[in-house]
Design a protein around this ligand. Structure first.
Ligand code: SAM
Length: 292
């Protein structure tokens, strides 16, 4: 479905109010972008980042009557009759890649950085994962991914075999390889994710160390580390499969779990794992343990 994007530049102090006006006037999503594209850090979950010159971007269904929206907005005291705005038509894919504007290098734990493949690395001596998720999930900006990345950074992974269940962009498996793992098996139901994972692995010169499978072709193996960031429902349903991938003494991390689901998932997996303390980030939780 095509979309229409309405862009309004403003001083930071008015941006949130303008954003609220766009939401009240039919915008399906409102984002805030630095109008001057100065370097910045990634907003934490729940945090609205405002820069001195902020661009407020409202996303509207292409069928929406934008003349009505503009007329409504021009009646507000904040914007006035001749307020400065820009309207752009977007195709779906353009919108899905809009996040690229806001994707900057980010550090996770002590050693690990995730860097958009089109930007410079901030520290050439760090463990840098160069990433372009394409249309797959996983940039590190989402709390479910960052919880796993921080956990990975805290491990000694030399020579480890790793299963990345629900690999998306490949971000977790590739980070594990760059942190020293010797082999990663990535599994995903989405063929786009497998393509993105292979592209990203190649981009990081470790393409030969990753194997990617749809669930119907997933191989049998016992891994030292199992990662699964795939929401609570599949974690429940696939417990035996996920548990089966982990060797005794191996480590497991589960994410994609809401804060209020974490204890139940923790208790479920405690049948086979000695669980570690649950880690919370905003509304998301990380559950982890060591196989008995
Ligand atoms: C939340 S994303 C996580 C991506 C990446 N691992 C990360 O941490 O950012 C979940 C991924 O799991 C995949 N997925 C969902 N259900 C699955 C299942 N039953 N088996 C395998 N993959 C699944 C989705 O296609 C998606 O790519």
């Amino acid at each position: 479905m095509p979309w229409i994007q309405l862009k309004i530049n403003s001083q930071a102090e008015y941006a949130e109010q303008i954003g609220e006006m766009l939401s009240a006037n039919g915008a399906q999503a409102v984002t805030f972008v630095d109008a001057k594209d100065t370097p910045m850090y990634e907003p934490k979950p729940g945090e609205v980042m405002l820069w001195p010159d902020t661009q407020i971007v409202g996303l509207y269904d292409a069928q929406y009557d934008m003349s009505q929206v503009i007329s409504q907005l021009s009646k507000s005291k904040l914007l006035g009759k001749n307020f400065n705005h820009k309207l752009d038509q977007l195709e779906d894919k353009d919108w899905e890649r809009e996040w690229m504007v806001n994707f900057h290098p980010m550090q996770f734990g002590k050693r690990l950085w995730i860097c958009p493949s089109w930007r410079d690395v901030p520290d050439p001596n760090a463990v840098n994962v160069m990433l372009d998720p394409g249309l797959a999930f996983g940039t590190g900006t989402h709390a479910t991914t960052s919880l796993c990345l921080r956990w990975l950074d805290s491990l000694e992974l030399s020579e480890a075999t790793v299963v990345d269940f629900g690999c998306g962009s490949g971000i977790l498996g590739i980070a594990a390889l760059k942190l020293g793992a010797k082999r990663v098996v990535g599994i995903d139901i989405d063929p786009q994710a497998l393509l993105a994972s292979q592209d990203n692995a190649n981009r990081n010169d470790i393409g030969e160390k990753i194997e990617l499978y749809l669930p119907e072709h997933q191989p049998e193996l016992k891994a030292d580390v199992v990662l699964a960031n795939i929401l609570a429902a599949p974690l429940r349903e696939l417990r035996t499969v996920i548990t089966g991938y982990c060797k005794p003494g191996g480590k497991l991390v589960l994410s994609g779990i809401l804060d209020n689901q974490a204890q139940e998932i923790n208790d479920l997996y405690s049948q086979d794992f000695v669980m570690e303390p649950i880690e919370i980030d905003g509304e998301w939780a990380r559950v982890s343990g060591v196989k008995k």
